[in-house]
Design a protein around this ligand. Structure first.
Ligand code: HEM
Length: 217
């Protein structure tokens, strides 16, 4: 079956129900549907900071890997935008005002682990975040800007200034996935790692909802 359907299509298909669970998670659904608050939006941005710090540090190491480096592009880098967003949303002392939730700690630990040892696993995490950011993320950014009155300050994370055509960028990314020299077993492992990445994202929304409920109680 390996050659009947391109790897990128198999990956998308095999992860589509994990995507739906993530997308429908209460915390995210509330933000999208207007029940989420500005504080919820900021709480999510703070967790993103830890995740992208890990992902983009791993990318620095993986630039030396012939397979993983193909996927790495400065155009995707999110950390400077996230830091500017947090400084705007929380103030200059934002670093002292944020802390990682339990799922974020575990997610970051996993990114660091595969980022140091396993190019395919790194690509799995890279794909799950950045292709998501270039898909639903763009829509979420526009929605949040409207809802909370952001212009560009506060939503820099969702603005990819250097990617004029996200659709074309994603097409090239998928071609690169299809061209990666992974045998069937490695492709399976990469898909499993993408599913793991989705589980982290869904669990993070659950942590955020729980933290919010604790704050209210
Ligand atoms: C309310 C939240 C979300 C919405 C509305 C949403 C929406 C979408 C849409 C419409 C696409 C298809 C774009 C296309 O075909 O080019 C997509 C793709 C994608 N999303 Fe999401 N998404 C959400 C949450 C997430 C989350 C939490 C993740 C994981 C971190 C994620 C990861 C992805 C990935 C990796 C793709 C690319 C799939 C592929 O083409 O291979 N999404 N999303």
């Amino acid at each position: 079956m390996a050659d009947l359907i391109p790897f990128s299509a198999a990956l998308r298909e095999r992860s589509s129900s994990a995507h739906s669970s993530s997308e429908r998670s209460g915390f995210m659904a509330d933000l999208i549907e207007g029940a989420g608050t500005r504080e919820d939006y900021i709480a999510l941005a703070a967790q993103h900071w830890y995740i992208y710090e890990a992902l983009e540090s791993a990318a620095e190491r993986m630039r030396r890997d012939p397979v993983a480096s193909v996927f790495i592009s400065d155009k995707l880098t999110r950390l400077p935008a996230l830091e500017a967003d947090l400084a705007f949303l929380l103030d200059a002392d934002w670093r002292e005002r944020i802390s990682p939730l339990p799922t974020t700690r575990a997610y970051v630990e996993r990114i660091r682990q595969v980022g140091a040892t396993w190019p395919g696993g790194f690509v799995a995490h890279h794909y799950t975040r950045y292709l998501g950011d270039l898909s639903g993320g763009l829509f979420i950014g526009r929605l949040m800007a409207r809802r909370f009155g952001f212009d560009t300050n506060g939503i820099g994370f969702y603005l990819f200034d250097e990617i004029a055509d996200p659709r074309a960028f994603k097409e090239v990314y998928r071609e690169q996935l299809d061209a990666a020299p992974w045998d069937a077993d490695e492709q399976e492992r990469v898909i499993d790692e993408v599913l793991r990445a989705y589980r982290f994202n869904t669990a993070l929304f659950e942590d955020l909802a729980a933290a919010k409920a604790d704050a209210v109680a």
